[in-house]
Design a protein around this ligand. Structure first.
Ligand code: EPU
Length: 420
């Protein structure tokens, strides 16, 4: 298993190009199952999760071809059952449920398990497709959805933590080929949902209102092939912005979309990290000393849970007390004990982490537990004195394209130790 060796204390300087968004490209790749015609997806990040999704599509019968950052998918003939182990391994692969059901009127997909960040149920996905007329059976670890016909319907998809991103995506994709009109209330408003809606509309679907809590889908008989460019990854951009602030550097995020990052930019400005638009880019630099900030994660347009861990790493460097409250995933604090190894003082109180920041961090061996926790450890390692070894970086390769290469380009002393 590969690890990173980071010699901290070097301010990051220069330009970094933001890759396509992981959480947009995964459902978009799944959506190609809705048509037998070829689809072309551009600005696809080179991530293990993307290759994993490609394997799932191939297993289902699609042809998938990568050319640089373009992927061509042709799902001329497909089957309705995903390979048990392939699907189970990546939580994001649940988003093949909606397209399989829409196209074939049947889908058999292994139940995604919980993961280190929380329970991750799919009750809202099932509620949504049931409202369209699907019958659901859970059997031998599979969720089986079948429908003689799919009919548009009005539904409420809010759950205990608010909206669901992939649940909204699944219903949108199934409803695109249902008869009549579907209205999703309490739909997820994330930019990745909007990107999927744009792709579906390019395929001939009729999705309106994406980006708002009410999404209306007017079913059509069939969809055709389409081309699409994936939005830049707002979580990757936020991670580099935080790394720039944490190391007291100055970094230009090429292609980052300020209009999709309001909550993060607002909090960073409050914390003393200035983020300014420069044409199509964002310029990030420190604005004097770091200041404590209180952060609560919320569905979009609130502060993203996927940036909580990295923000906590920044707050450990900030003199004073910061409170970070996690409202989306109940156990998303696995990074706390690892940040403590670097000298951070953090206490967990229910859904909140109380960060007493400002003591210098010092390098140590740490263990990545999930994607964003790993990113937080890299940020902390870049700011810490001495050497930090981040083990199990396969987590980070799932969702950050060439993060070590990009950081080196900004002057970081980070090295990948490859192990067989
Ligand atoms: N939830 C339910 N029932 C459901 C679905 C979700 O109660 O049927 C709850 C979840 O337990 C959670 C909340 O609703 O408390 C939000 O979960 P959501 O369904 O929105 O998460 P997701 O769609 O499974 C995506 C991203 C995650 C990101 C979340 C929240 C992908 C592939 N994954 O997951 O990304 O954290 O939305 O924004 O799009 C990551 O990139 O590191 C990551 C975990």
């Amino acid at each position: 298993m590969d690890s990173f060796l980071i010699k901290g204390g070097v301010p990051l300087h220069g330009e970094v190009t933001i890759s396509g968004a992981k959480n947009a490209v995964l459902p978009i790749m799944a959506a190609t199952l809705l048509t037998p015609e070829p689809c072309v997806i551009r600005r696809v990040p080179n991530l293990s999760d993307v290759h994993f999704m490609a394997q799932i599509l191939e297993w289902l019968g699609a042809k998938v071809k990568f050319e640089g950052d373009t992927v061509r998918v042709e799902a001329r003939k497909i089957r309705g059952q995903g390979d048990y182990d392939l699907v189970r391994k990546m939580r994001g692969s649940i988003c093949i449920l909606g397209p399989l059901l829409g196209r074939l009127r049947k889908a058999r997909v292994s139940l995604p398990g919980g993961c280190v960040i929380g329970a991750r149920p799919i009750n809202l996905h099932l509620k949504g497709v049931e409202a369209l007329g699907a019958k659901i059976r859970i059997e031998a670890g599979y969720v089986e959805a079948t429908a003689r016909r799919l009919a548009g319907s009005a539904m409420f998809l809010g759950g205990r933590a608010g909206s669901t991103v992939l649940g909204t995506a699944n219903v949108m994709m199934a409803a695109a080929l249902a008869e009549g009109i579907t209205v999703i209330e309490s739909a997820a408003c994330e930019p990745e949902v909007v990107d999927l809606a744009n792709f579906l509309n390019a395929m001939g679907a009729r999705v309106a209102g994406a980006g708002s809590p009410t999404v209306t889908i007017t079913g059509v008989k069939q969809l055709h092939g389409a081309e699409h460019e994936v939005i830049p990854d707002r979580i990757e951009a936020a991670t580099f912005a935080i790394a720039a602030g944490a190391t007291n550097g100055e970094v230009t995020l090429k292609g980052a979309r300020a209009d999709q990052m309001h909550a993060v930019i607002d909090k960073l400005n409050e914390a003393g990290v200035r983020v300014e638009r420069r044409g199509a880019n964002l310029l990030v630099r420190r604005d004097g000393r770091l200041k404590p900030a209180d952060v609560t994660t919320l569905p979009y347009a609130g502060f993203p849970t996927d940036v909580q861990a990295q923000m906590m790493a920044l707050m450990t460097l900030t003199p004073g007390i910061s409170i970070i409250t996690e409202r989306i995933f109940e156990s998303r604090f696995m990074h706390v004990s690892e940040l403590a190894r670097l000298g951070a003082d953090i206490e967990i109180e229910g859904p909140s982490a109380i960060v007493k920041g400002g003591k210098p961090l010092s390098g140590a061996p740490v263990m990545a537990s999930d994607l964003r926790a790993s990113a937080a450890l890299v940020v902390a390692g870049l700011a810490a004195k001495g050497t930090t070894q981040v083990n199990r970086v396969y987590h980070i390769d799932r969702g950050y394209e060439n993060i070590d290469g990009k950081l080196r380009q900004l002057g970081a002393r980070i090295q990948r130790i490859e192990e067989s």
